[in-house]
Design a protein around this ligand. Structure first.
Ligand code: NDP
Length: 425
């Protein structure tokens, strides 16, 4: 009862259950994830391309620094902050907050992606060698890591001026290291500018596909044309980013925006991990070109198509159901009532497994790695890491849903016993 009252008011919940292995886990992730990132980027560019080499490849200080990287990175973030602020697209409301209000968010990320694409085309027509992005990747990753630490420190300090109801329930344990990592404030804003929403889908996500394009141009510089494997990886990942931005308002109901505070975990993930670790496959292909047979290409494209279909259909079905349960596309689905007044789907995609969207996402992740062949483990890093992340994320969501829905959630789990993969897990 005591912790429930404190949680509702947003006051410190000292001794509250910590996630990600508690303080030790938070310190280890904060220390080792940036090192892992730099090692992975370095490894993806080395001729041996080994993932499990000991000691792991680490870049030399000269590889980490280039005076062009800081202005380039900061200009990129500033450009996207400017595009965010333009009166393009529509404005949507987020979920209801604990004080009963709902924040407004600009939904114009897809415009930002298109404008970024147009700027790239302009650079190409001006004969700017876009392949320099490939050479600058390590210095850019170093700067992004520095920016992530600086922004997280700013967010931590400013959270002490936030009203209690504006703090995330899980980010207010009183332990400096853990709270810095997990994030104290739920929706930190400067005026109307929402820092978490901005970072979630813009500079990092769009930066990822722009870096990928730089890698493709590096291949063109080296070999005269882009390989089919490189085109597949680039187009699959571009589709993923374009889809996320086309459906941008769906992010407003995700765990990241609705539940988690904005701290190092999300800042580093958004600004450093996504753009630099998610593009390993393309970088690997520069040193390790692959010849793909037509049947292999057809199988990879089919896998990506099936994964995308499951991912998009299941996410759209739940979003539609949460927005308007009376909509004809979801009105006939079987549901169970919960004490909160919200209902849970038990048929359709959400009756197949409890996270059909994760299943689709994982199939797509595998399709991004397969164009790199089977000689190395490194291009499969993303799919392995992502499987671990989604299994852990599913467990977190399961805990949160059980706390929210109680017996109704247990009933849902009984009716839909598998979490991600039917008959396996
Ligand atoms: P989900 O979109 O899976 O949402 C989980 C929430 O959905 C639950 O908390 C609950 O919230 C609601 N829900 C669960 N079951 C049901 C049901 N049967 N009926 C109705 N509502 C239900 O959460 P995520 O934010 O984890 O994932 C969103 C997408 O983002 C996924 O496709 C995932 O794969 C992707 N993703 C990608 C990452 C990447 O790095 N590439 C990282 C993380 C996620 P409530 O009841 O409160 O509405």
């Amino acid at each position: 009862m005591r912790s429930k009252c404190q949680a509702a008011s947003g006051k410190s919940v000292h001794g509250a259950e910590k996630e990600f292995g508690g303080t030790l886990g938070a310190v280890c992730i904060t220390t080792f994830l940036p090192l892992t990132l730099l090692s992975l980027v370095c490894g993806s560019r080395s001729p041996d391309g080994a993932l499990l080499r000991w000691p792991p490849p680490l870049p030399s200080p000269e590889q980490l620094w280039d005076p062009r990287a800081p202005p380039l990175l900061l200009s990129w973030i500033a450009l996207h902050a400017f595009l965010y602020s333009l009166p393009l697209g529509k404005v949507c409301e987020g979920i209801r907050l604990r004080d009963g209000t709902r924040l407004k968010y600009p939904v114009n990320g897809f415009h930002s992606l298109c404008i970024s694409g147009a700027l790239l085309v302009l650079l190409l027509t001006l004969d700017v060698p876009v392949a320099f992005l490939f050479k600058l990747t390590l210095p850019l990753a170093t700067c992004a890591t520095g920016v992530s630490f600086a922004l997280s420190a700013y967010l931590y300090v400013r959270s002490f001026w936030a009203p209690p109801h504006a703090l995330a329930l899980g980010g207010n344990t009183g332990n400096v290291l853990y709270d810095f990592f997990i994030g104290r404030e739920l929706n930190p804003r400067i005026g109307h500018f929402d820092l978490k929403y901005f970072c979630e889908l813009r500079p990092g996500l769009i930066g990822w596909v722009v870096l990928n394009f730089g890698v493709l141009m590096q291949e063109v510089e080296l070999r005269g044309s882009a390989s089919l494997a490189m085109i597949l990886v680039n187009s699959f990942q571009l589709l993923y980013v374009a889809d996320a931005l086309w459906n941008e308002e769906a992010v407003l109901t995700t765990m990241d925006i609705a539940h988690d505070g904005f701290g190092f975990m999300l800042v580093f993930g958004d600004l450093s991990w996504v753009p630099f670790a998610y593009g390993l496959q393309a970088a690997f292909l520069v040193e390790h070109p692959q010849d793909l047979s037509p049947p292999a290409v057809a199988a990879i494209v089919a896998l990506k198509g099936i994964g995308y279909y499951i991912f998009r259909k299941s996410n759209s079905q739940k979003n539609q159901f949460r927005r308007n349960p009376a909509h004809p596309s979801v009105a006939r689905l079987e549901t169970i009532a919960t004490a909160t007044g919200k209902r849970l789907l038990v048929s359709g995609w959400w009756g197949l497994v409890r996270h059909p969207n994760y299943l689709g996402d994982l199939l797509m992740a595998l399709a991004w790695s397969l164009p790199c062949g089977f000689s190395h483990l490194l291009p499969y890093f993303y799919v392995i890491y992502f499987a671990v992340l989604l299994v852990h994320r599913e467990a977190r969501d399961d805990r949160q849903c059980r706390a929210k829905y109680g017996a109704a959630w247990d009933e849902y789990c009984r009716r839909v016993p598998y979490r991600i993969l039917p008959y396996v897990y």
